[in-house]
Unconditional design. Structure first.
Length: 431
């Protein structure tokens, strides 16, 4: 049943009333330098915020063995986060409404050279409508919105009439293993909402992602006899060229793929890290590059990985040096498949109505050529997995920022969505 207009107005006013506190909470989250492996402190803070509101809580470690046994699991390699997953659990008095998972990640990508930031990356500065800081957009504003959408209901004496689980995960930026760990731990709901920064649009389709490292070995000699050696760094550049050809073939295969056929370059290969050599005057004996490449929904990660290995091997066989020293390819991060959100679900209809009421505009759909944790719920639980969040700029870049007006709009839409999807009941005494 559509939400009563008077109740919708009260919810919107409640979001506005609590928004200054929401912004302060978002700033508190940004102050944690929660790069990969350094998320323990922020997860303690999140656990405290859940408990302060009276939610039952759970904290658990990622089960590496369970991850290894799942086709969507990424290798738990050196550097993998050991921080816990944190859950806040709302359980209603009755059994009405439809259940919901609200999920967000706390891990952020490295800030890079600090001198390229206008403000220190973990000093959340507000300038006009923009909140600056690493993770402010991706996705601590959404993390706070999950909590404060529920707070908006509590402020007017209401709570969801169905079970709501708030999940705070890690490893979203590296493997996706945090969301998968929560799935393997048994969390389920009738729908999932993840407020990643999507410019107030709904993700209709999402690419899968592979992370891999290519290692090339050379033959070191003094540079005066360079022609007698084999330069591993030079050889690595040639391998990158072969990977670019694979990227080109995959992009050429976009014809006839809904959500992708009209996009000029949906499959992106990124060479994100390179290291090699030991001495400026020695021909380098080794070089490693860390890469990321996307894959279309419906493509198995294992099949895409096999194509990457085959492309490198085929090029090596034809290369005078690499034929005798084949590169080694290791998959050491994302091993994730993409998904398509089929239209027409009740959850999407409820979100579209909530978005319309909160923004005055129709909800639009986009293709996201990146990794999203919604893939876990869409592929392995087959429930409506809605990725929808605020407008932002420069995510993963310098001077990352999120629009506060947009955050308030999407928080309003989220609170309205929760109220209609889950239904409402009077807040429990003492809650």
């Amino acid at each position: 049943m559509p939400l009563d207009p008077a109740l919708a107005d009260r919810i919107a006013a409640s979001v506005a009333h609590g928004f200054a506190e929401q912004v302060a909470h978002t700033q508190a989250l940004v102050r944690f330098g929660s790069t990969r492996g350094a998320e323990h402190a922020i997860q303690d803070f999140v656990l405290g915020a859940f408990r302060a509101r009276g939610y039952a809580t759970e904290r658990f470690a990622i089960d590496a063995a369970a991850i290894a046994g799942h086709p969507g699991g990424a290798r738990v390699a050196d550097g993998h986060s050991e921080a816990p997953i944190v859950a806040g659990l709302h359980r209603p008095r009755g059994a009405g409404g439809r259940s919901l998972i609200l999920q967000a990640h706390v891990d952020v990508v490295p800030p890079g050279p600090l001198d390229l930031w206008t403000h220190p990356p973990f000093d959340p500065v507000i300038d006009g409508d923009w909140l600056y800081g690493r993770g402010a957009a991706d996705m601590k504003a959404g993390h706070a919105a999950n909590l404060f959408a529920l707070d908006a209901l509590r402020r007017i004496g209401l709570q969801p009439a169905a079970a709501v689980t708030i999940l705070s995960v890690v490893e979203e930026e590296s493997t996706g293993n945090g969301a998968l760990a929560a799935h393997l731990h048994g969390y389920r709901a009738d729908a999932v909402l993840i407020p990643e920064p999507m410019d107030e649009a709904l993700v209709r389709a999402n690419t899968g992602v592979l992370w891999f490292t290519v290692e090339v070995r050379g033959r070191p000699v003094h540079v005066r006899a360079m022609g007698a050696g084999a330069n591993a760094i030079d050889a690595t550049y040639r391998v990158i060229g072969a990977l670019r050809e694979l990227e080109g073939r995959w992009n050429a295969d976009r014809a006839g793929r809904p959500h992708f056929s009209d996009v000029a370059h949906p499959i992106n290969l990124n060479v994100g890290r390179i290291e090699g050599g030991d001495w400026n005057s020695s021909v380098p004996a080794w070089c490693r590059v860390g890469c990321r490449i996307a894959l279309y929904p419906g493509t198995r990660a294992a099949d895409a990985a096999a194509e990457v290995e085959a492309a490198v091997a085929a090029f090596a066989r034809a290369d005078p040096f690499l034929a005798d020293a084949p590169p080694r390819v290791t998959f050491d991060g994302f091993f994730a498949e993409g998904y398509v959100l089929e239209p027409g679900s009740e959850a999407e209809g409820v979100l579209a109505a909530a978005h319309r009421r909160a923004t005055g505009a129709e909800l639009t759909g986009i293709m996201a050529p990146c990794y999203l944790d919604t893939r876990v719920h869409a592929l392995y639980e087959q429930v409506p997995a809605l990725c929808y969040g605020p407008a932002s700029e420069n995510i993963h870049g310098f001077d990352e920022r999120v629009s506060l007006r947009s955050v308030q709009r999407i928080t309003t839409a989220m609170a309205l969505f929760v109220a209609e999807w889950c239904g409402t009941e009077r807040l429990e005494a003492g809650g």
